[in-house]
Design a protein around this ligand. Structure first.
Ligand code: AP5
Ligand code: MG
Ligand code: ZN
Length: 217
């Protein structure tokens, strides 16, 4: 199964992808996590991505498409995948479709996680993530058991440089202009599952798993 998690910054794509991947035995591939890992390692890709990420802008399509398709090609043909944060432009969606056709595959479903704008900003400004495994926490809504430490791996928690109110607002603008058109793209393809992304984390996970298993929302 190939699934896309689509939604605004802060919608809970990363939070939900971690839970659903485990439950449905899928691989979680997150473009933002791949960029942040490259950034931490100080690679050329990381340096290049940094200049866009810190401004809340998208990294150019060509670079992003190559990075994600390379990652997919390292996974076994039988491996099911949750794509989180990719595709984010029409050009990326088309490139993905094309690449999958070549492997006689296709995207099965797109879980579109819907959250209101006020809640998005609240979530982003309170987020802390693990430097080691990228697991997201929230200072109020889902704090770690031990302050500053990841529950899953004990890694150090930090705040993303692009989680300031100003950059988060810019990322939302970019989302509405460049990514929101994908909602229609996948609706027309008959693949869109609309998920209410507000409420408790585990309730939302059940909504997603139920919708994916049933094939409709
Ligand atoms: P990326 O890392 O993908 O960031 P994003 O899309 O902006 O999304 P977020 O990670 O901010 O939100 P999320 O939906 O994963 O929410 P989360 O689960 O963490 O991209 C970063 C940058 O990389 C981009 O700006 C761009 O520069 C570049 N990039 C990446 N992909 C690209 C692409 N394809 N093309 C071009 N450039 C690309 O949750 C948020 C917070 O809310 C957490 O604190 C969490 O604990 C909390 N929370 C989650 N669920 C709930 C709930 N139900 N109730 C209360 N709190 C909750
Ligand atoms: Mg994320
Ligand atoms: Zn961790």
């Amino acid at each position: 199964m190939y699934v896309i998690f689509l939604g605004a910054p802060g919608a809970g794509k990363g939070t939900q992808a971690a839970v659903v991947a485990k439950e449905m035995k899928l691989e979680h591939v997150a473009s933002g996590d791949l960029f942040r890992q490259a950034l931490d390692k100080g690679t050329e890709l990381g340096k290049l991505a940094k200049s866009y990420m810190e401004k809340g802008q998208l990294v150019p399509d060509e670079i992003t498409i190559r990075m994600v398709l390379d990652k997919i090609s390292t996974l076994g043909k039988q491996t099911g995948i949750i794509l989180d944060g990719f595709p984010r432009t029409l050009a990326q969606a088309e490139a993905l479709d094309k690449a999958l056709v070549k492997q006689e595959k296709a995207i099965d479903k797109v879980a579109y996680i819907k959250v209101g704008e006020k809640e998005l900003l609240k979530r982003l400004s309170g987020r802390w993530i693990c430097r080691n495994c990228q697991a997201p926490y929230h200072i109020i809504d889902s704090p770690p058991k031990v302050k500053g430490k990841c529950d899953a791996c004990g890694g150090e928690l930090y705040q993303r440089a692009d989680d300031t109110v100003e950059t988060a607002k810019k990322r939302l603008e970019v989302y509405f202009a460049q990514t929101a058109p994908l909602i229609d793209y996948y609706k027309k393809a008959g693949k869109l599952l609309e998920i209410n992304g507000e409420g408790k984390i585990d309730e939302i996970s059940s909504r997603i798993v139920t919708a994916l298993k049933a094939g409709h929302s």
